[in-house]
Write a protein that binds this ligand. Structure first.
Ligand code: BES
Ligand code: MN
Ligand code: ZN
Length: 503
């Protein structure tokens, strides 16, 4: 797994400024509000910092933006990065500052003179999240420069114990995001259903109970819908169940359900060749579920959360499902498969039903790279949010907003559901071109009990993006790990116990 850069807090040491290696970051509120570290570095550089602060370049900076002094005289450091940041920065501004610093950092060590910045730890998270690179498929460079270790990030602060404590859950979050990104980035010949399940079994090391249900078990359960998707593949279909039991014994869990199509050719309703390679990310929903489970376990969340992922590969062969085939879902309903490329909903139908039958969850959230139509509607900025429960939905929207992960609620309704009527079966798996994301969500809702608060997140536009996003370089974003981790913290954790621990 790609590991986040080492992040730690240390007591502010002004005398170190002259001899620090790598880069030094100064946080400046305005040209006349300089902290001790900024004054010290200014003195050491014979006023270079003050001249920069008096310049146009500095006055044009927005909160969180940076200008740099390269190889400044008077310091051992290779650069001073001056970040405009209010003392009482918002969480978003602090992370943005970290993101900016990460882009400049390269492999250098970075010391951030964070002083009394209240969101120093969040700034550190911003650095860690943006400093990600997926390099598993690259041959490691053999020259000395290529093998040099990545320099650590040190936050020099007034209260290192406080910031260290704040860093603990944030490191867990960064690790979860990295796991999700690694999984989404991995090509389909490497991340097969089998190797994906094996990777999830590693979560046992963190105290997660992991079960892998193989095809025979899925057949026994009657998951004819999910199994129909993987029929054309040589990789066996699997459902992986991950239980984190951090809450009260009797508390019904939150269920997180993920679409894990390790590759989506479209099946006989074949996708065009151009861009088909992107369908290596069609397991994005399952990747987010994996990342959230990792984070919850790593920070010891006091909540019961069960993650369930349907791992399949949508391929073509003599055994693959044909358009027009009728399959029977675990719920008992028959589905006419009009389009074999609308496979994600066939997978989720059975996993959603199984999750409810087995766990009677207090809430259920599914994540899926489900439709191209959601990209037409919302672009790559926001995930589509569909729900049968305003309270859970609003909690998800709020958590996403706080974490800077875009999300937008979309409608559901009987008029959309009607489009799924089949001539020969209980339903068909597509509803036509118009409102494609909504009819997909309607299909899922047919497998959700009215009494189960449920949110469906269509992450097709946000899971992997060809441009950089707020906290990620181009590629897999890890969208959803931070939001769902926060949702669990805000809504599903037993606060009383947490308070007792503090006392
Ligand atoms: N995995 C795709 C959706 C997708 C598209 C994800 C682009 C990420 C980027 C999904 O399985 C799919 O093929 N959906 C079809 C549904 C259609 C056949 C009703 C689509 O969106 O075209
Ligand atoms: Mn498809
Ligand atoms: Zn798909």
């Amino acid at each position: 797994m790609t590991t986040p850069v080492s992040l730690s807090a240390q007591l502010m040491d002004l005398d170190a400024c002259a001899t620090l290696e790598g880069r030094i970051a100064l946080l400046v509120d305005g040209p006349d509000a300089l902290d001790a570290a900024t004054r010290r570095v200014n003195r050491l550089t014979k006023g270079a910092v003050a001249r920069l602060l008096a310049s146009d370049r500095f006055s044009k900076l927005k909160p969180g933006e940076t200008v740099s002094l390269a190889f400044p005289a008077g310091l051992q450091a290779e650069a001073v990065d001056i970040v405009r940041l209010p003392r009482r920065a918002t969480l978003a501004e602090a992370r943005k500052a970290g993101v900016g610093l990460a882009k400049l950092k390269g492999k250098a060590a970075l010391t951030v003179m964070a002083g009394t910045q209240r969101h120093a730890a969040e700034l550190g998270l911003g650095v860690a999240l943006r400093a990600y690179a997926y390099e598993d498929m690259k041959t490691p460079a053999k020259d000395a420069a290529g093998t040099a270790a990545t320099g650590a990030v040190t936050l020099m602060v007034g209260k290192p114990d406080e910031i260290e404590a704040a860093l603990v859950p944030l490191r867990a979050a960064a690790e979860g995001v990295f796991l999700t990104r690694d999984l989404i980035s991995a090509p389909a010949n490497i991340l097969t259903t089998t190797s994906f399940a094996a990777r999830l079994e590693e979560l046992r090391e963190l105290g997660v109970e992991v079960e892998v249900l193989e095809e025979a078990a899925l057949e026994q359960l009657g998951m004819g819908s999910l199994l129909s998707v993987g029929h054309g593949s040589d990789s066996p279909s699997k459902v992986v169940v991950m239980q984190w039991k951090g809450g009260a014994n009797d508390a019904a869990p939150l269920a997180l359900v993920g679409k894990g199509v390790v590759f989506d050719t479209g099946g006989y309703s074949l996708k065009p060749a151009g861009g088909m390679e992107d369908m290596t990310m069609d397991m994005g929903g399952a990747g987010v579920v994996a990342g959230v489970m990792h984070t919850l376990a790593r920070r010891g969340a006091r909540a019961n959360v069960v993650g369930l992922v349907g791992l399949v590969e949508n391929m073509i062969s003599g055994r693959a499902t044909r358009p027009g085939d009728v399959v029977r879902a675990m719920k008992g309903d028959t589905i006419e498969v009009i389009n074999t490329d609308a496979e994600g909903r066939l997978v989720l139908a059975d996993v959603l039903w199984y999750a409810q039958e087995r766990f009677k969850p207090a809430g259920m959230i599914d994540l899926a790279t489900l439709t191209g139509a959601i990209i037409i509607a919302l672009g790559h900025e926001k995930a589509g949010v569909f729900s049968n429960d305003d309270a859970l939905c609003n909690a998800v929207l709020k958590a996403a907003e706080t974490e800077g992960e875009g999300a937008w609620r979309m409608p559901l309704g009987a008029a959309y559901d009607k489009k799924l009527k089949s001539q020969i079966a209980d339903m068909k798996n597509v509803g036509g071109r118009d409102a494609g994301s909504i009819t997909a969500a309607q299909f899922l809702q047919r497998f959700v009990n009215e009494s189960t608060p449920w949110v469906h997140l269509d992450i097709a536009g946000v899971a992997s993006v060809k441009a950089e996003t707020a906290y990620a370089p181009q590629g897999a974003s890890g969208w959803g790990v931070l939001a769902l981790n926060r949702l669990v913290a805000d809504r599903f954790e037993t606060k009383a116990d947490a308070a007792k621990d503090k006392a």
